[in-house]
Write a protein that binds this ligand. Sequence first.
Ligand SMILES: Cc1ncc(COP(=O)(O)O)c(C=O)c1O
Length: 411
Amino acid sequence: MGKQRGRRVSRIDQPKFAIVIDISSEDQTLKSKISRRNFLLGSSAVVAAGAIQGVPGSPFSPPLNFMKSALGQSSIAKPDSVIRMSGNENPWGPSRAALRAINGAIDEANLYTFFLHDEMAELIASQQNIGPEHVSVGSGSGEILKMGGMLASMDQGSIVIPDPTFEDLPRYAAANGSEVIRVPVNGNMETDLEAMASAIRPDTKLVYICNPNNPIPNIIERNALRDFVLEISRDRMVFIDEAYYEFVDNPDYSTMMDLVRDGHRNIIIARTASKIHGLAGLRIGFGFSHPDTAAEINRRMTGTLNIVGLRAAFASYRDVEHSNFVLRTNREALDITQGYLREAGIRHIDSNGNFTFIETGHDIDEVQARFLEHNIRVGRPFPPFRNWMRLSMAKPDEMRYFVQTYKKLYG
Ligand SMILES: Cc1ncc(COP(=O)(O)O)c(C=O)c1O
């Protein structure tokens, strides 16, 4: 569902047939969460949960230890395992409904997924109020991005992208022979639509827009983007990556889905189950485009969907409550982190996703190493922004530990 200017509404797409699952206690302590999950999932999942309990950053990561000093000041002890703040992953993992579906899907491991693939397209299409002929279901939205790169590079030529941005599409296009024209973000670190339009050449086959962008989590103003997309898509493809769409709480933002819905050609939109749904490891993503383009994409895709991922996505896309929980805790994590940064006067880009981008003033290689000593893994380098750090949101207490560590290292 969309959002009108000045009116804040939930960005979670409402399912037609909601399975309402009580997760009111989901934000209680992790320990009870684990045992509840194990109880719900049955004994085989208890074994599975036990097996991944110690995995850094898994939903089963242990709670942090809060300590009080002799002077009554509280602090958080260094955790035993590494907390991941590096991959823009969902720190809570899949919903309980998805976990139950995953458990059930093990018994279907002998089945091909032909029909489920179509059912998945139909569910997503109905939630987006669009025909299923517009939908491609990929092995992560990464596969849809690669298909965009492949279509663009079939007759060589060039593509235009903002810089920095998410590299899956340009990397694939370049590997297939496209020239990648990079357009630096402007002085406010925003995607520069004017400069991108000027960079287009007669041989430019595709323009890539990531909205919100990554690693810089800002958005493009909705009207400016709409004008740009309508103009540019007359002669070439515009690919809009909306991986973080559900997280945006900004009246200036809008998806461009209505343009696809209205039958415009030359527009592809990508969405993913990896972020708010916490299914990154199960590889489900979606493309939305004109039926002719969707058919082109579907003919070329090489990834095969697996039954576990599909069953998990079915459950998750019908579970609004879990998405709302993730949104709420992500907001809390951002408020803790960005609240500190604001207070301390540290420049950063206000987040429209589940990560922020911080000017630490120190080389990222050094910053990464120093945080790792405290069992925090922060984002990789994004040259030329070597003195900036992309920081993915973990759980609120984990972000409190991040702030404590930041103060210790650089405060
Ligand atoms: C902007 C953007 N697009 C796409 C993806 C890929 O997501 P998926 O897991 O669906 O391949 C990511 C992952 O980090 C991303 O940041």
